[in-house]
Design a protein. Structure first.
Length: 195
């Protein structure tokens, strides 16, 4: 009798542990704990035309920092013969990513802070420097993170248009991690950070 009770108790315990393990696995499969997958990558937003871009790096905890610049040599004036530079240093925080597919995660922008107030002007080394907002993060709320390997025809057209400068002529799948500002319809490609 004692053996049967002991066996039943062990069986119930093993069943409970199995259910707990399954629930934990299911939780992990839908919610990534952090952004460790993209640590060491620089997300790049630009058209390939003109001297402008926005770049940002995401840390495993979702904090990020970046820099936007747009240099216009033709915008000159008294005291700034070297042209005009629009720039912005920024930082912020993203919510933990939620898995929405084999190649996709979504996250929310929790905060965005600019180093300077947009519109501030200074003249430095013959250039007019104007602080600006970071292009590419306009109207930012929800972001989608795409893993390499997702079919290009499964991606939003606006995202593909923005990252097309980083795609090969014969690519049918995304060859890099991508970041998409859904509301602003802006797409970032990525590359490995130097060093």
């Amino acid at each position: 009798m004692r053996k049967k009770m002991l066996f039943a108790g062990v069986s119930i315990l093993m069943l409970a542990l199995s259910v707990f393990g399954f629930l934990q696995f299911s939780k992990r499969s839908t919610h990534a704990q952090n952004f460790a997958e993209v640590e060491g990558l620089v997300f790049y937003f630009g058209s390939g035309v003109g001297a402008w871009s926005t770049e940002l790096e995401i840390q495993p905890d979702g904090s990020f920092s970046g820099y936007y610049h747009d240099a216009n040599a033709g915008e000159t004036g008294d005291g700034y013969p070297g042209g005009t530079l629009y720039q912005c240093g920024f930082s912020g925080k993203l919510a933990p990513p939620a898995r929405t597919g084999d190649y996709t995660f979504t996250t929310k922008l929790l905060s965005l802070e600019l180093e300077q107030t947009p519109g501030e002007e200074t003249i430095s080394e013959g250039m007019l420097v104007i602080s600006a907002a970071p292009y590419g993060l306009d109207d930012a709320d929800e972001f989608t993170l795409y893993r390499p390997g997702i079919a290009l025809d499964a991606l939003p057209g606006a995202f593909v248009d923005w990252v097309s400068i980083a795609l090969g002529e014969d690519d049918t799948t995304l060859p890099f991690y991508g970041l998409y500002n859904s509301a602003g319809e802006k797409g970032f490609s990525s590359y490995a950070a130097a060093g």
